[in-house]
Write a protein that binds this ligand. Structure first.
Ligand SMILES: Nc1ncnc2c1ncn2[C@@H]1O[C@H](COP(=O)(O)OP(=O)(O)O)[C@@H](O)[C@H]1O
Ligand SMILES: [Mg+2]
Length: 206
């Protein structure tokens, strides 16, 4: 049995490396929030964990690579999943490999076409595996919806963090949008882009 290796403290969970059937696996362990009533806290953590596993699987069915879920512990608050080797796209994306931007957009487009809203699309939640494929993580804030408004908010949050993080890739976001439209169709993409502009306008005048 290998030693459990602590990986990092995420926004809502601790992540560490353990072993599953002799293979390294990643454990996402949602920690109690002491400011919440205990029973409610347990219910929220269980629900989020369950929802995350369902979404990881459904994303896969939509053609988006996600870590394989091995098991969920009995209390339902820890997920054991495939440990994906590779850097976060946030750290790996440079002016030399902007081709990934289009692939990134395709991921988002496939999710939306399948009625999945990720809820936290950022390049911190994408790993570049073997320098060959993108793996999307962290569906902790995700949900099912086909509403244009929900898709537009999802993409707008993505745009804001993308432009702030990758300000040195001025053509990057354009490529993301191209990939997005390719995956979900020009018509659907235009509707989402228009809605994003409208949300931007609303934010400016209120
Ligand atoms: N399956 C995995 N394989 C390898 N690293 C992972 C995996 N899942 C998460 N990580 C690492 O842990 C970090 C936090 O995980 P994440 O699921 O995004 O948790 P949080 O909800 O706390 O942000 C990721 O940015 C990534 O670096
Ligand atoms: Mg995350």
């Amino acid at each position: 049995m290998q030693e459990v290796k602590w990986l990092k403290q995420g926004a809502e969970a601790q992540l560490y490396v353990d072993e599953y059937l002799g293979q390294p696996c990643l454990v996402k362990d949602r920690q109690p929030k002491t400011y919440r009533v205990k029973e409610l806290d347990e219910k929220i953590r269980r629900e989020r964990t369950k929802q995350e596993c369902i979404l990881l699987h459904r994303a896969k069915l939509a053609g988006v690579r996600t870590p394989l879920v091995f098991k969920v512990d009995r209390q339902g608050k820890r997920v054991f999943m495939e440990f994906v080797e590779g850097p976060r796209l946030k750290d790996a994306l440079t002016a030399k490999n902007t081709g990934w931007c289009e692939r990134l957009g395709k991921m988002a487009g496939k999710l939306h076409a399948a009625g999945i809203v990720h809820g936290d699309l950022t390049t911190s939640n994408v790993l570049l595996h073997n320098k060959a494929e993108l793996v999307l993580l962290d569906f902790g804030l995700g949900y099912f919806s086909k509403r244009v408004e929900d898709q537009a908010v999802d993409l707008l949050v993505f745009k804001k963090t993308f432009e702030a993080t990758h300000f040195d890739l001025p053509q990057g976001w354009k490529a993301v949008c191209q990939g997005y439209a390719e995956a979900c169709g020009q018509g659907a993409a235009e509707r989402v882009f228009r809605q994003m502009e409208e949300i931007g306008e609303r934010a400016r005048y209120h």
